[in-house]
Each structure stands twice: as C-alpha cells, then as structure tokens.
Design a binder for this molecule. Structure first.
Ligand code: SAH
Length: 335
C-alpha cells in the first residue's frame, strides 16, 4: 500500500474492512503495536458503581425505560473499598463506570476520586511503587464545570464513546441526546487535559462499512488516546431485542485499523468482544493492548446488565493472577 497507514482515507478503510483475507492487516497492526507501544498489556480494574440512568439509549439495558432491571447504587465507601482491593491486587488504573446517575454529583464523585487517589500502587516489583493509581471515569455526559471539577479532583482519563459518527443513526438510537452534544463533551474532555477515550459499536442496525470508516476517522480527529470498539450485543430487555448481534470478526478488523491510524493509542479488547469471541486463542493479536477486568462485587455485577452475558464470580486477587498468567502465556507482558 502506498499511503502511510496512519493516513488511510475512508475509501481505503472500507476496502480493508471488506477484504476476503485480512491476515496481512492483522500482522501489520501487530507490528505497528509492537513498535509503538511494545509488548505490554495494560490491566484495568473496572468498578461498575451504579446502573441507575436517566437516559434512553435504545441498545443499552441500563436505559431508564427498562423496568425489568433491578437498580443499584454502590455507596461511596464501598466504591473506595473495592478500589483499594484492586490496587492491592496490582491494578494501576481504576475505571469508574456507571449510568448517568444524578446522585453522583461532581462533588460526590470528586470525593471518591480524591479518596482513590490517596491509595498507593503497592506492588514491590514495580518501578514506580508508591504512586497513586490512575483514574478513568466513564460516567456519561457531564457539563464543563463538572468535568473541570472532576479533573481537579484527580481524574486522569475520561471514556465517552461516540457510539456512532453517523448523525442519522445516532439520532435513531438516542431519543435523549445528540451526536453534537456528545462530540462537544469529548472536545471539552480533551481541552481539560484528560486523556480522551472514545469508541463505537459494530453491527448497529443500519450501520454500513462506510459508517465504520467514519467512526475510525473520528477517533483520529478527536485525538483519542484510548478507543473501545466492540460488537453490539442484542439485549432482550430493550427495543433492539430482535436486532442481530454485531460481527466480532468485523470488530477485530476495526480494532486493527484503529491501531494503524493511531499507533500509540490504548486499544482494549472490549468486554462485548470477549463475550462474543468465546474462548479465542489470543485476543491481543491484531492491535489490542489493554483489557478491563470487572472488579464489581458479585451482588451488583449481574445487575449491571448493559447486554446479557454470564460473568464469572469476582475474586479480585485470583482473577488478576490468572489474567497475568494468560497474558504471559501469549508472550506479552501484563502491567
Ligand atoms: N453511561 C456511560 C457508560 C456507558 S456503558 C456512557 O454513556 O458513556 C459503556 C458502553 O457500553 C457504551 O458506551 C456502549 O458503547 C456499550 N454498550 C451499550 N449497550 C451495548 C450493547 N447492547 N452491546 C454492546 N455494547 C453496548
């Protein structure tokens, strides 16, 4: 290919996505990943602290119209306690994710962030032992003032997927918001000095390869440091109960192309991709370098049902050790 892969345009991306044999692109994405970010796989602990949500995203099980979901909200103390366990187990990043729950004002959430920031990464083997953990927030759209105060409280990164870059498709999925607001929020996140994370779903009803190419190009335009790309999974308790699931292979292809476009980015193997991929041999081939592990306590875990999935019981210490071992068995280095 003549164009440098970081400069791929829409037509070229569509062509890549529709290749019969994608193996050379996977190999190239792997090579770009190795050169740009090395063999490290970052482990992030994710705490899903509230499934209460005021929005109506029609693909998501947390949407406020889903009356079949048992709602929960973890107490601030409990959230910090779980974060402390994750940090003690070796995690250096805590991801705090929730629905859009007004109980967690910027002040309340800010206090939680400050408390987690007082923890020290404790693994003696790590060079920067004694540092505070990194905090990623994934709590939906917030106004500038709130985002600023959360940043000042110590949050390092913000993950807000744009979901789809196509205005019409976005509107059809979100009776409660606009793509413009979402993108403005992402711009504010970037301006405030957060590491910006976006991402999107693969296989949304009506989505085309051209739209996926636009999603990928938008990640670049937003100067994303992280991007979560996962297949849509139909949730029987939503309006999209009858829609087919997204194609995990297409999602993996999109991750590989994201690596070509953004060589330095942190690209997770998303949870939805793991759910649909089953026991795939090595999910970290083809560009991915991050995994988020749920540390949400069991009593809440099954109620955080964005889409249906069977998640194993949580054992923060043992889960982390197993994951590290698996990653080492792939010849990669867990961190
Ligand atoms: N409320 C927060 C966190 C959302 S949940 C926010 O708005 O950012 C995290 C992600 O789950 C969403 O960004 C979306 O990309 C993904 N998601 C939601 N429903 C899904 C579904 N049915 N299948 C796959 N992924 C889904």
């Amino acid at each position: 290919m003549m164009t440098p892969t970081t400069q791929l345009n829409k037509t070229e991306i569509v062509k890549l996505l529709s290749l019969d044999d994608f193996s050379s692109v996977y190999a190239e994405a792997d090579e770009v990943r190795r050169k740009a970010v090395g063999d490290v796989v970052h482990l992030r602990a994710i705490i899903e602290f509230s499934n209460i949500c005021k929005r109506q995203c029609i693909y998501c099980g947390l949407n406020r119209d889903n009356r079949q979901l048992q709602r929960f909200r973890m107490s601030p103390d409990k959230i910090v306690e779980v974060a402390a366990k994750a940090v003690a187990a070796g995690y250096r990043t805590i991801v705090l994710q929730s629905g859009e729950d007004d109980y967690f004002t910027a002040e309340r959430l800010g206090n939680i962030v400050r408390d987690i920031k007082k923890l020290k990464v404790g693994d003696k083997l790590r060079m920067d032992e004694g540092d505070a953990p990194y905090i990623t927030l994934s709590c939906g759209e917030r106004n500038r003032e709130e985002l600023k105060s959360l940043r000042e409280a110590g949050a390092d990164r913000y993950l807000l997927k744009h979901e789809t870059a196509n205005t019409k498709l976005y509107e059809s999925l979100h009776p409660c918001g606009t793509l413009e607001n979402r993108l403005n929020c992402l711009k504010t996140i970037y301006d405030l000095g957060y590491e910006t994370g976006s991402g999107f779903m693969i296989g949304l009803p009506g989505q085309t390869l051209e739209m996926i190419a636009e999603d990928l190009l938008l990640l670049k335009k937003l100067s994303c440091k992280m991007a979560g790309i996962g297949p849509f999974i139909s949730n029987p308790k939503t309006m999209l109960a009858r829609a087919p699931n997204g194609d995990p292979e297409l999602a993996r292809r999109a991750v590989a192309i994201a690596r070509l476009l953004l060589p330095e980015a942190n690209l997770p193997v998303t949870t939805s991709l793991s759910v649909l991929s089953g026991s795939m041999k090595n999910p970290f081939t083809g560009g991915a370098n991050v995994i988020m592990k749920k540390v949400t306590p069991d009593e809440y875990k099954s109620a955080y049902e964005i889409y249906p999935a069977d998640f194993a019981r949580t054992d923060i210490e043992a889960d982390r050790r197993n994951l590290e071992e698996t990653i080492r068995s792939y010849g990669r280095q867990p961190l």
